[in-house]
Design a protein around this ligand. Sequence first.
Ligand code: GTP
Ligand code: MG
Ligand code: ZN
Length: 297
Amino acid sequence: MGSEQTRQGLITAAYGRRFLVECDDGRVRDCSTRGKRNDYACGDRVTVSCSGDDQGVIDACVPRDTLLYRSDQWKQKLIAANVSRMVAVVAPLPSFDLAVLDCCLAAAEHAGIGPLIVLNKSDLPEAAISEKALAPYTAMGYPLLKLVAREGVEALRPHLAGQRSVLVGESGMGKSTILNQLVPQAAAQTQEISASLGTGKHTTSHARLYHLDTQSDIIDTPGVQAFGVHHLGVEELAAAFVDFRPHLGQCRFRNCRHLEEPGCALSAAAEAGTITARRFAAYQRLAAENLARQKKY
Ligand SMILES: Nc1nc2c(ncn2[C@@H]2O[C@H](COP(=O)(O)OP(=O)(O)OP(=O)(O)O)[C@@H](O)[C@H]2O)c(=O)[nH]1
Ligand SMILES: [Mg+2]
Ligand SMILES: [Zn+2]
């Protein structure tokens, strides 16, 4: 004993309750936590009690600038800390779910993280349909970048410069393929979409941070089937739908939840086509779920 030394570090991988921490002496240590804590994420700046060159224990976390997480009825899942940009990746095959995209974007808005939508695999003929489905998102101001990650991702680099970015999206969209193009030495395993089930064995299982240069990092994350936003209250939810913002505060009732209230400005906007009916329905479903939960507890 007596060889413990305290160091600052950056979490670069999160494996349940174990974390890889890049310490200020340049060494990456495999770290556990105190008291079975697991509320740390890739991108967290932490204090580590180091035991030797390879191992340590995380003692504390520096306050975060941002925290991206998802949540369902039971628990929260931390995804990435101190990120400034979300790269939401979709692709025509396997088909993607706009409802998942809506939740990713809402979580990013709520966390103060700037989203960029990437339509990957734009080499596929089905990409035209996907692009049409994404038109409302560009109309509401989200930047959209079409990529063929298999061929190259140079067009993405300017969006990542000076940022810490996180790749999010459903499984099989090509997040790890994008990462490998950006950081060839990462050699993240990518999954082969099997014709039978669309499931592959190389699907990403843990979040991992890579340095692009001294100013920019990128975090690859496992694909999600759903991106729960149970942590957003009804009011926060409406505010996280950026296309709703011009209409907020214009309903007849100040506390309008935009569900069945008369004189709802959002409902009128959906009918007039100023906001898309699909986005409004997505909001209403999430808001109704949220209220039902509040009643239960
Ligand atoms: N046609 C085409 N296929 C691509 C492109 N980019 C990636 N793919 C393929 O899409 C499949 C899935 O790619 P991954 O990078 O593993 O996807 P992922 O988003 O990391 O998936 P998870 O780790 O499960 O979340 C692989 O078979 C890739 O070869 C592209 O630009 N065009
Ligand atoms: Mg992956
Ligand atoms: Zn309303």
